[in-house]
Design a protein around this ligand. Structure first.
Ligand SMILES: [Zn+2]
Length: 234
């Protein structure tokens, strides 16, 4: 049984969209509308309609929905109630009022304390921190496996590249990788660590990359479909 309301991140013409399913006792038929405030889609289901009926309506109007969403600024802003992916899993942003702790993750929620005006900033800071921890740990693991040592690992807000390797051995990653599924993070880190040994995209480079990660093709495909959407979160 579906709860009265649920929110999911679903692909709409290649980009992840926030889709809210609402159960309504008064609704006569399945309907769909754009919610500009949340930058998503609201699908209203009458009491006996299935989630699948809602999905099918979404598919029928996919092109229209994608066009309307593209016209909205910032697909998923960091606001109370927004659903954002963390390691590819949906998490809803919940204000935690004056509870201390800054920001923390628990049961599919990201709790954020303090005033609403600082909420977006706190979410961003927390995700950047998580990204740094995770990508640094993954880098250390793969560097050890490859017998190399990065000079340092940085996490930045890059718009065009998910990762890079400087000639001095500094690796840099886009913090938004923390939004992507773990197999995508695994591939991007494996790719950059392989550059510590081969500063090119030659055969030896790819052989080492494939050694360090088994997700090359899946991650490349995922990023080409969903990469742009990650840039529109926050
Ligand atoms: Zn490369």
């Amino acid at each position: 049984m579906m709860p009265a309301m649920s929110t999911e991140l679903l692909p709409v013409q290649g980009a992840l969209a926030r889709v809210e399913f609402r159960r309504s006792a008064r609704a006569r038929k399945v309907s769909l509308r754009i919610d500009p405030a949340q930058g998503g889609v609201v699908i209203t289901l009458p009491p006996r309609a299935s989630r699948r009926a809602g999905l099918s309506l979404l598919q029928t109007h996919e092109a229209w929905v994608a066009e309307k969403l593209a016209e909205l600024p910032g697909a998923i802003p960091f606001v109370s109630g927004a659903v954002i992916p963390i390691n590819g899993e949906p998490h809803v942003i919940v204000p935690a009022g004056s509870r201390p702790g800054g920001a923390w993750i628990e049961d599919g929620k990201i709790f954020v304390s303090g005033g609403q005006e600082f909420l977006a900033r706190r979410v961003t800071d927390h995700l950047r921190r998580l990204a740094r921890q995770r990508l640094t740990a993954l880098t250390a693991e793969k560097a050890k496996q490859a017998g190399v040592a990065p000079k340092s690992v940085r996490v930045k807000d890059t718009k065009t590249r998910w990762g890079s390797c400087a000639p001095d051995g500094t690796l840099a990653f886009c913090w938004r990788l923390i939004l992507a599924p773990e197999f995508v993070q695994d591939y991007v880190v494996g790719h950059e660590v392989a550059h510590l040994r081969h500063m090119n995209h030659g055969r030896n480079f790819w052989a080492l990359t494939e050694n360090l990660t088994s997700h090359r093709s899946a991650a490349t495909a995922w990023l080409s479909v969903n990469g742009q959407a990650l840039l529109r979160i926050g």
